[in-house]
Design a protein around this ligand. Structure first.
Ligand SMILES: [Fe+2]
Ligand SMILES: [Fe+2]
Length: 208
């Protein structure tokens, strides 16, 4: 109902304002997730361009990169920044962030963006969270590879950043258990070798 009578330009303006508000909130309250999200946006769009995605899909990937972890704003700070191993209960709490994000983005008129947010930790084999959904559209499969690449390569409260050469080995190992789309993963790894061999230093700067 909210879109009735609203021009495309108005809708875009309105959507841009909501996105900007949420991204600013993330920058203020959780700078670590904010800088991770900015890198995931850049990386996903770059990967999407190399895959030949259309302009609308790239715009969605950009917004989804910035907002995919927005649900973490609803997670208890103490749990989110806990330096040691998480209890089962704490892990369950963190695993709710895709669902929270989906709910927080309800006002945005882009169903694909909400779907990416909801499904970015789901897996094709059904072992993902929060719902064990197996049907993952292309944009979800694209973003989740960029997300994992940056997540593993960044400092996290419970674990130090992994160098990109090791991440590349982990992801390309035949017995890796990430559950990504194998064809897309192969294309992404080819890009990371050629295009951003110095990714470690980029992630290090924004983690400081
Ligand atoms: Fe996430
Ligand atoms: Fe993420």
């Amino acid at each position: 109902m909210h879109s009735t009578g609203m021009s495309d330009a108005k809708r875009q303006q309105w959507s841009g304002r909501i996105t900007h508000g949420l991204v600013s909130q993330l920058a203020r309250l959780d700078p670590h997730t904010h800088s991770h999200s900015a890198r995931v946006a850049r990386l996903s769009v770059y990967f999407g361009m190399k895959l030949g995605l259309c302009a609308q899909e790239l715009v969605t990937l950009q917004a989804a990169g910035l907002l995919h972890d927005i649900g973490k704003l609803r997670i208890n700070r103490r749990v989110l920044r806990k330096p040691g191993p998480l209890t089962r209960r704490e892990r369950c709490e963190i695993q709710r962030h895709p669902q929270y994000g989906f709910e927080m983005l309800a006002a945005l008129p882009n169903p694909a963006l909400r779907e990416i947010t909801l499904k970015h930790h789901e897996r094709l084999d059904g072992k993902g969270y929060p719902h064990g959904i197996r049907e993952l559209p292309l944009l979800v499969r694209v973003l989740q590879i960029a997300d994992a690449w940056d997540g593993l390569g960044s400092h996290r409260p419970y674990c130090r950043a992994i160098p990109s050469s090791r991440i590349r080995r982990m992801l390309s190992s035949p017995d890796n258990d990430f559950g990504f789309d194998p064809e897309l993963l192969e294309r992404f790894l080819a890009l990371t070798t050629r295009v951003f061999p110095d990714y470690d230093s980029i992630a290090d700067q924004s983690a400081a």
